[in-house]
Design a protein around this ligand. Structure first.
Ligand SMILES: Cc1cc2nc3c(=O)[nH]c(=O)nc-3n(C[C@H](O)[C@H](O)[C@H](O)COP(=O)(O)O)c2cc1C
Length: 189
């Protein structure tokens, strides 16, 4: 049986330093991972051994074949303030954003782990974007404790502890729930 395809989108925030662990965790669970980093995530990726996982950067050329199979699930870890807001408004100006917008449009099970400080999350766009994405079925995971019901901003000076304490189990638990139960935002409808 062929393995299921997981697209791992990584944005430019400190939790991107745990991406190699995510690739390993995916393979241990019989997923076939593909990494789709934003430009801003690249400095964190350069420090990691991602083994031989395909890293898909930038748009493909017009006659180039598709570079990934159809995704069975998508996880964006971390999701920055910028990407989360752009995604919620349907901005598909980069390959990672196109991937995320298409995941919503195709109702692909999708998990997001937002990672942003108070200064950013107090912007009025943030709660609106989270509401849009949750309504569309995205399962939002708090990087502090894996909670999917609430989301705390990152407190300045606590980043290292938070990054070290993050568990990829939380993401795979939510992917499993998304696959089993359909869209989270539809559960109460
Ligand atoms: C060292 C460093 C840490 C950053 N941490 C965060 C963060 O925790 N959350 C966030 O939303 N943006 C953070 N940023 C800013 C984003 O990288 C920036 O907004 C970037 O444009 C995001 O692009 P992307 O969403 O395409 O990855 C950080 C930037 C740097 C250089």
């Amino acid at each position: 049986m062929s393995k299921r395809t997981l697209i791992l989108v990584a944005c430019g925030a400190p939790l991107a330093s745990r991406l190699a662990d995510g690739v390993r965790a995916a393979r241990e669970r019989d997923w076939d991972p593909y990494v789709v980093p934003t430009d801003a995530a690249m400095p964190w990726l350069e420090e990691q051994d991602l083994a031989d996982v395909p890293v898909i950067v930038g748009n493909r050329r017009p006659h180039e074949p598709r570079r990934t199979p159809t995704a069975d699930a998508v996880a964006v870890v971390p999701a920055t303030f910028h990407t989360l807001n752009a995604w919620a408004t349907g901005n598909a100006s980069t390959y990672p954003l196109t991937t995320l917008c298409a995941a919503l449009g195709s109702r692909t099970p999708t998990v997001a782990v937002p990672y942003a400080s108070h200064e950013l999350t107090n912007h009025p766009a943030w709660p609106a974007s989270l509401a849009v994405l949750r309504h569309a079925g995205v399962r939002v995971v708090d990087p502090h404790d894996g909670s999917s019901g609430s989301l705390e901003p990152v407190t300045a000076g606590t980043g290292s502890k938070l990054v070290d304490g993050f568990r990829w189990d939380w993401v795979f638990e939510q992917i499993a729930l998304a696959i089993r139960g359909g869209h989270a935002g539809r559960e109460s409808e």
